[in-house]
Design a binder for this molecule. Sequence first.
Ligand code: SF4
Length: 261
Amino acid sequence: MTAQRRLESSLTDLNNPELLNRLSLDLEGESAQTILEWAATTLSPRVTFGTGFGLEGCVLIDLIARHELAVDIFTLDTGLFFQETYQLWSDLEKRYGVVIRGVRSALSVEEQNQELGDKLWEHQSAKCCEIRKVIPLQKELKNFSGWVSAIRRDQSPTRADAPILSYDERFDLVKVNPLVAWTKEDVWSYARKNDVPFNPLHLQGYPSIGCLPCTSEVRPGEDDRAGRWRGSNKTECGIHAAPKKQKALPVLNRQVSEGGS
Ligand code: SF4
């Protein structure tokens, strides 16, 4: 099968893990716009982009809105964002005329404090991330066949081998990483050229921004994600696990047979 034929594959075709791998390789070197267009065409209407409002996420929102792509957008609102992040959320919606849905934990921060103790993030950060991010994401992604993420290979060793397309076993869908081959400079260059709104904390020593209690300033020479969960072994919140060996994609067949949304 030619690369062009593979790019024209349907959602049902993607049940073949070998085809998904080949497609991922075909898309290497293609622009983020082309990858997003492929996702919007092939995975629509069940494709969503989950953003944490990092600079990469802002760039993807610009691309989705600029090219009017049929990609849903949401954020995992932990209730613990920086004020600057909440402001950016509002600014992006106004600037691009999009709705960025807030997906929240069943437990408010106050309820979590009452049930599991104050500042759970200080003594059980994995549990806190599970409650506030992973479980809400699991529930949310049940509605989708494709999940766009903003990760880049050069962000951290755990992301160094991320492909453009993969089957995410945990969430049972196709994961799409349009910016995976971009460098940090590529992202800043695009953002500046296109006047993309971004979090002002990026200019104040915070290259990677998560929840307020778990994000600190990064010192010169440190890894961009060194300020996340500083002082612990934790490097990821658990939503971007390394892709495992490809295997059959049962959810795709199920959702196709259900006939769409
Ligand atoms: Fe909790 Fe910190 Fe994880 Fe946010 S990043 S969900 S505050 S542990």
